[in-house]
Ligand binder design. Structure first.
Ligand code: M6R
Length: 621
């Protein structure tokens, strides 16, 4: 997990790389660095901290001219975030320089060998081992073949000795007209301009220059030459690959803040449209039709499933948990929801009759990917629900459905969650219809209600200033409890996660009824308890839970259905959301909890879009 950017062409590389790094900061932001070639030498600047720190340092440290360069923004895996461990890394000779996103798992044994051969290391990183391995291969091959072995060949031989994941970019100061890139498990896009090429972890750094891109597949490498263009090869067997050039559909506005103070706030407010985009072309309420090619094309296989196993991490796992209620309730299919990280190592029982649904915003989460590979190896049918088009998970699954939420840049997931629930609801409704577990009238009612959700989300967003006022009252809390039942139990978990990750306030999500089995001991007048108490479902039961909190002096902030008169008299504060059918309530109840976390984090002066220690996609175990 890190962002990599590179440029080779006619323009000055520095501003392109710097701006690109800023756009990729969501991938990691504990250190940053850049290496440029100006026609005579490599100029390298790197620092602990953000890209803005790099910008300040590079301006005083190096001459930033040059038409070739590579840059990196880091989320530390091997070695603490400091200047020395920041990328780029030189090889011992100072001729080669590398940036790397991923993990070299066998770096210790490789390092031992290199140490024996006289190599020295400045940093604690696996990346410095890799660049010296490339250098070592190059030197040995030169001696063996008695000619100057090309950088691409050396990279290829070295990568065949490596275990792990990588997206790398390397150049050689003695061959300054090319950059060699390679990919396994971490994303790498190449933008193709007019006699210029861009390299990046996603397309955002080069959107204003070109819409033509090649996404390297795993185990592919490319030699990108100023004069000769691009040559792609398989790392394992050297076979040439025909490049598949895609026309990108995203534009610059989608990855900018558009007047909002933070990406997270923008993305919260984008939810009405994002949800609409998710069901657009799929949901035809009037005709009573749901069209989803990933399901239609595999209907028999999915309908005959013994059970559905959902694998995901974090917020996506919470969306999976909501789907358990939806699938079981509407389609009567047994569902198990698994943390991908546990599932992959648990030796789970998976059969060919199982359907696995893998949910991931980024489509790059390492544990989810590993869970998919495991499920496939056991013969299960794997269906992906991803947001990032062309991502690894979307390519690794047998079929899938995109959420079409547009780029989510804030590290805290918001629109990814609601659009994942939307897709999963569509699938459940479609299967329910096919299986006959839902009546026609119920089916139509669900479709009509789903179409109303974007406007209801818009309405829920209108409580923003009221929520801000509540945030101000509770911003100094040390602990918070989130409670919900049924469909809204996962929303309680998600509400707690949102608060933790961006405000650093400890928060727990619990099924409301479980409170009396332990957490109730925590309740006193210092403890804010956020309770989802919408009219449908187990409303009366939740009201009883609220009474239990009240009689122990806890502070109650309740998310209620518009017009609710009962909870108002018990709770300290209520936040209203529009009424809807029970299965769709998570799409509304989650909105105030997102806003609440956002405002508390802003009031506490936290870095909302880039909370400490986190990164947007977790491509390491
Ligand atoms: O990209 P993914 O959906 O696979 O990411 C999974 C989690 O890392 C992610 O949902 C994380 O929990 C969110 N940033 C939380 O807001």
């Amino acid at each position: 997990m890190c962002g990599i950017v590179g440029y080779i062409g006619k323009r000055e590389a520095y501003p392109i790389i710097l701006e690109g790094l800023k756009r990729l900061e969501y991938r990691g932001y504990d250190s940053a660095g850049i290496a440029l070639y100006d026609g005579s030498d490599i100029k390298l600047s790197k620092t602990k901290g953000k890209v803005a720190d790099l910008e300040a340092k590079a301006a005083t440290e190096i001459n930033t001219s040059g038409t070739l360069g590579i840059g990196h923004t880091r989320w530390a895996t091997h070695g603490v975030p400091n200047d020395v461990n920041s990328h780029p890394h030189y090889s011992n000779s100072g001729n080669l320089v590398i940036i790397h996103n991923g993990i070299i798992e066998n770096y210790e044994s490789l390092k031992k060998e290199l140490l024996k051969r006289g190599y020295t290391f400045e940093s604690d990183t696996d990346t410095e081992v890799l660049i010296n391995l490339i250098e070592d291969v190059k030197t040995n091959e030169n001696v063996k073949t008695n000619e100057n072995v090309k950088l691409g060949k050396a990279v290829q031989i070295a990568l065949n000795q490596v275990v792990g994941a990588y997206a790398i970019a390397v150049f050689d100061k003695n061959k300054p007209n090319e950059i060699v890139v390679a990919k396994l498990g971490s994303p790498l896009a190449i933008g193709i301009g007019d006699e210029e090429f861009f390299i990046a972890s996603d397309a955002s750094p080069f959107l204003e220059y070109t819409k033509k891109a090649i996404y390297l597949e795993d185990e592919e490498m490319a030699i990108i030459s100023r004069k000769k263009g691009i040559k792609i090869r398989k790392i394992k067997n050297d076979a040439l690959v025909d490049p598949y050039i895609q026309e990108l559909q995203i534009n610059l506005e989608q990855i900018e803040k558009g007047g909002y103070e933070h990406f997270m706030l923008k993305e919260i407010h984008e939810q009405p449209n994002a949800i609409k985009d998710t069901y657009r072309g799929r949901l035809r309420a009037k005709e009573g039709i749901i069209k989803m090619s990933g399901i239609d094309d595999n209907l028999e296989r999915i309908l005959n499933a013994n059970r559905i196993i959902v694998v995901a991490c974090g917020t996506s796992w919470h969306a999976g948990l909501v789907s358990e209620y939806i699938f079981e309730n509407l389609a009567r299919i047994p569902v198990e929801v698994e943390y991908a990280s546990e599932f992959r190592y648990r030796n789970p029982v998976i059969t060919e009759q199982d359907v696995v649904i893998a949910i991931s915003q980024s489509g790059e989460t390492a544990d989810t990917l590993a869970a998919i590979k495991l499920a496939k190896s056991k013969g299960a049918f794997v269906f992906g629900v991803c947001n990032v088009v062309g991502s690894t998970i979307s390519r690794e699954t047998h079929a899938g459905a995109y959420t079409h939420a547009g780029p989510e840049i804030g590290v805290a997931s918001t629109k990814a969650f609601t659009t994942q629930i939307t897709v999963l609801t569509l699938i459940a409704l479609k299967l329910a219809k096919e299986k006959g577990t839902i009546s026609n009238s119920q089916f139509h009612m669900h479709l009509q209600e789903l179409e109303l959700i974007p406007d209801k989300v818009k309405k829920a967003l209108k409580s923003d200033s009221h929520i801000k006022m509540i945030a101000d009252i509770y911003k100094d809390a040390k602990n918070c409890l989130y409670l919900g039942r049924g469909y809204n139990f996962p929303v309680a978990l998600e509400g707690a996660l949102k608060l933790k990750e961006i405000s650093y306030i400890h928060a727990e999500g619990y099924p409301a009824a479980e409170m009396k089995h332990g957490p109730i001991a925590l309740i006193d007048e210092q403890m804010p308890v956020f309770v989802i108490a919408t009219k449908k479902g187990h409303y009366e039961k939740v009201v009883s839970n609220i009474q239990e909190i009240k009689s122990r002096s806890g502070k109650i902030i309740a998310i209620v259905t518009e017009g609710d008169e009962d909870v108002k008299y018990i709770a300290d504060h209520v936040i209203e959301v529009p009424d809807t059918i029970e299965s769709l309530t998570p799409l509304l109840t989650t909105i105030p909890l997102q806003l609440l976390s956002y405002h508390i984090a802003v009031m506490l002066d936290r870095n909302v879009d880039q909370p400490r220690n986190l990164a947007k996609s977790v491509t390491v175990e």
